[in-house]
Design a protein around this ligand. Structure first.
Ligand SMILES: Cc1cc2nc3c(=O)[nH]c(=O)nc-3n(C[C@H](O)[C@H](O)[C@H](O)COP(=O)(O)O)c2cc1C
Length: 213
């Protein structure tokens, strides 16, 4: 059984990134990968932005937490536990303002936690999560290339940011599945979806044969 954590980060009920992420999951299942699914939906289960009380709880630790601090720590622990339990992490991420949605930004505030997911050594910061594959389905209204790190598009801050923050907490095996041109009309959208689906198919095929071996 493979534990797959899907993180849905779009505010839209007709989200294309979420739909593509579910196609990814269906294709894995069709390729006989047995999945134990955990869904973290940042839209239906909204996280509160961190204020000072909450930030203190997560960043400094508190001996006698207030009710709000205890709730914040419990939410953070739960979401870090979900990451820890996952064999595969799948993030459905629309590009917002050249980077990530507010929902995903807040989620990152909760899971990037000193002593839990990162620490500092004499050599500098060290990610504390055990690495595992992270697939990011990135839908974009416009055109920003494929999100690969070797030839980055200068305005695709989303891919570079996500790669960096995930590696900061230990997750370095990140692959971007870009769906470009989602808001540019029928033809560019169809082409963007086809490119994303081709990449999903290749990843699913490789993953299925790796797990079957
Ligand atoms: C608040 C907001 C900001 C956006 N910013 C960008 C952007 O910077 N670049 C871009 O290409 N598309 C941008 N878009 C368009 C979305 O990336 C695009 O519609 C995408 O397909 C949405 O994915 P979803 O259907 O999963 O929500 C933005 C959309 C919203 C709602």
């Amino acid at each position: 059984m493979t534990n797959l954590l899907i993180i849905e980060t779009s505010a839209r009920s007709s989200s294309i990134s979420t739909a593509l992420a579910h196609e990814f999951i269906e294709k894995l299942t069709l390729n006989t990968v047995e999945l134990n699914l955990k869904n973290r939906n940042l839209n239906s289960d909204q996280l509160e932005n961190l204020d000072e009380e909450m930030t203190t709880a997560l960043r400094s630790g508190v001996k006698n937490p207030t009710e709000l601090q205890a709730k914040t720590i419990a939410q953070s622990d739960k979401m870090i536990g979900e990451l820890d339990a996952a064999d595969i992490i799948l993030i459905a991420a629309p590009m917002h303002n050249f980077t990530i949605s507010a929902q995903l930004r807040t989620y990152i505030d909760y899971i990037t936690r000193p002593g839990k997911t990162f620490g500092y050594t004499e050599a500098g910061p060290k990610g504390l999560l055990v690495d595992r594959p992270v697939y990011i389905i990135s839908t974009r209204g416009g055109q920003y290339g494929d999100g690969a790190s070797d030839k980055p598009n200068p305005y695709d801050f989303q891919s570079s940011y996500l790669r960096h923050i995930l590696s900061f907490i230990g997750l370095t095996s990140v692959e971007i599945i870009a769906a470009n041109g989602m808001d540019m009309g029928d033809k560019p959208q169809a082409e963007g979806l086809a490119t994303a689906r081709t990449k999903i198919d290749a990843i699913v095929k490789a993953k299925a044969s790796e797990l079957a071996a």
